[in-house]
Ligand binder design. Structure first.
Ligand SMILES: O[C@H]1[C@H](O)[C@@H](O)[C@H](O)[C@@H](O)[C@H]1O
Length: 584
């Protein structure tokens, strides 16, 4: 028997008013043809519930649900969640915009004339934002669960980001610019983890990947805007050439901060904070149900109960630890929570969060974004064409590539995209390395080979853009349990910033030493990424966030599994599924 008084309040059992729902067994709308095909073999039943489906396996216990079809078609059924996710992703736009704009600003005539800084200082100007972002990410991981997700986003935008951008745009000396970038970085870091976190928490399982890939869409849209706006203003007279593009980033920051007041709160965070009624209201809104429908809708009840089960499970575990923690300082409790991410139960997931960002960065995308022009320069191309072709082109290619990712990520799943993407990325790097070895001594005599190398850059970028680009922002928010999700995502985002920082630092050094070796290093990283995604990454597509626990069951322990089953029984989840399974 599970010990009682274990720290979670038993909740009112689920009461379902079937009269309010359109529950029918005859399959009016099955999300996937394969599902019904498979069902015919394994005896699973698919029930249609208010436009969504619940598939119950013959054991009467395992189930999966969806509010609509998978992939793009499902977005129509989740248009409100889509709108909210799209809005939250403006946080990513800010992040990409800075990357796009800074490359242009640092080479603008007025800027160089006013502040003739050394290459090292230029590097520091870029890196200080990354370091600020790293700090912002970790700090957000510490504090965010105490507030609503919207308030955290507003704080990141208003207080930190807007102050940072204003400092940059109105800078009177280098110090202002430096401070502006460091402070702005704090906000960028906070937003880069808060937006995916919120998006994962409001998304239904069947379109979660597509909705979350919007983060990457916004980041690269930001890169494209930043690059082209900087490109257009760079010949303006005086400081407006760089003040305008730096100042323009205030606009999306303000739009996001104001719009946040209209976003529904994250139902998962509300459950974690014990506000179950509010969570149901928010969930109903997100799933396009009226409050009256919500009370009797089995899909909503299942989703909400799964969240309650997980929270109860965590609280239970925390109560067992409370004894140890009662004499600990706040700081020690916080430290304990971070350490838990590396406990044997959770470290598989933590590695996934950290490594996906490691491989995303070591694929070499930012080496191309930051130093691509230098590279293409070395293969005999000059002037504006170079910058346009590489920096401008890479942004646009990434933007185009994210579209198929949005369509496929839930249909074919995360793993096939990661595996296919890493093969294509390593082949592209490898061919560039070979071309460099063969023709570096005389590029002008081999224009075809030079263009082939440019094609290699583009094919790499496209492969990255459908795989590690978007999935780097999807996977971390999916794999962690509710109580540690914000810290886990913070750690994974921190891995993005740390590796991003090292790539920026090391690429010019290695490139200077040997261009082909640089590409070979990236090719090797992509081969490792292939092995890793094949053997270590579980498929999280179409699984609810709470059910993802099962994918890691191997490391979660039998004791916890039994406890979970008991809590599911107690909160009525099992009864609800059984009742639905028996209903004729
Ligand atoms: O996903 C993004 C995106 O691909 C950006 O272009 C890149 O600069 C970032 O570092 C990365 O995290």
């Amino acid at each position: 028997m599970r010990p009682h008084g274990g720290g979670y309040q038993p909740l009112t059992p689920i009461t379902r008013n079937t009269a309010d729902t359109s529950l029918s067994e005859e399959v009016v709308h099955v999300p996937e043809r394969e599902t019904s095909f498979l069902n015919a073999f394994n005896g699973a039943r698919t029930l249609n519930i208010n436009g969504g489906t619940l598939t119950i396996q013959p054991d009467g216990r395992s189930y999966s649900y969806a509010y609509g079809p998978k992939g793009l078609a499902g977005l129509r059924y989740n248009r409100y969640a889509l709108m909210c996710a799209f809005f939250a992703s403006i946080g990513g736009l800010e992040f990409g915009y800075d990357q796009g704009v800074i490359a242009n600003v640092l080479v603008m005539k007025d800027f160089i004339h006013r502040w003739p800084i050394s290459p090292l200082q230029k590097g520091m100007m870029t890196a200080v934002l990354e370091l600020g972002a790293l700090l912002g990410t970790i700090a957000t991981g510490v504090y965010t669960d105490r507030f609503s997700r919207q308030n955290s986003i507003v704080a990141a935008c208003e207080v930190v980001f807007c102050v940072g951008s204003a400092f940059q745009a109105f800078a009177q000396n280098l110090g202002h610019l430096f401070i502006g970038r460091a402070v702005g970085g704090l906000g960028v870091g906070a937003l880069s983890m808060l937006a995916p976190l919120y998006m994962a928490e409001i998304s239904p399982p069947e379109v979660r990947g597509s909705l979350m890939a919007l983060e990457q869409f916004s980041i690269v849209l930001g890169v494209v805007f930043g690059f082209w706006i900087g490109f257009m203003t760079r010949d303006l007279e005086g400081s407006s050439s760089w003040r305008i593009p730096l100042g323009l980033q205030l606009i999306p920051g303000i739009v996001l901060a104001v719009g946040c007041y209209f976003l529904p709160p994250s139902p998962r965070l509300l459950v974690l904070q014990g506000k179950h009624e509010d969570a149901l209201v928010s969930l109903a809104k997100l799933r396009l149900r009226t409050p009256e429908e919500a009370a009797g809708d089995p899909l909503l009840q299942i989703e909400l109960t799964e969240m309650r089960v997980e929270t109860a499970l965590i609280k239970q575990a925390l109560t067992l630890e409370a004894h140890t923690q009662s004499h600990m300082s706040q700081l020690a409790v916080e430290w304990q929570a971070w350490r838990k991410l590396w406990s044997h139960k959770l470290r598989d997931r933590t590695w996934i969060g950290v490594l996906i960002m490691f491989f995303q960065q070591w694929s070499g995308i930012n080496a191309l974004l930051y130093y691509g022009p230098t590279l293409v320069h070395s293969i005999g191309m000059r002037g504006d064409t170079v910058t346009l072709l590489v920096s401008g082109g890479i942004g646009i290619t990434q933007l185009l590539a994210v579209l198929p990712a949005i369509v496929w990520i839930d249909k074919v799943g995360r793993r096939p995209l990661l595996r296919g993407g890493s093969v294509a990325m390593s082949l592209s790097h490898l061919s560039i390395a070979i071309l460099v070895i063969l023709f570096q001594s005389d590029w002008p005599a081999h224009p075809f080979a030079a263009w082939l190398a440019v094609a290699g850059i583009y094919s790499f970028t496209f492969a990255y853009g459908v795989s590690f680009g978007p999935i780097g922002w999807v996977l971390p928010s999916e794999v962690f349990p509710l109580s540690l999700r914000s810290k886990g995502v913070a750690l994974s985002t921190a891995s993005n910033w740390v590796n991003n920082f090292f790539i920026g630092l090391l690429t010019p050094v290695v490139m200077d030493f040997s261009a082909w070796m640089t590409f070979l290093i990236f090719a090797t990283a992509c081969v490792c990424a292939y092995i890793w995604s094949t053997y270590y990454v579980p498929e999280t597509a179409n699984v609810s966030l709470e059910e993802i626990d099962k994918l890691f069951r191997s490391s979660a322990g039998q004791e916890e599994a039994t406890l979970k089953t008991e809590i599911e029984e107690e909160l009525g989840l099992k009864d609800l599924i059984r009742e639905l399974a028996d209903e004729r």
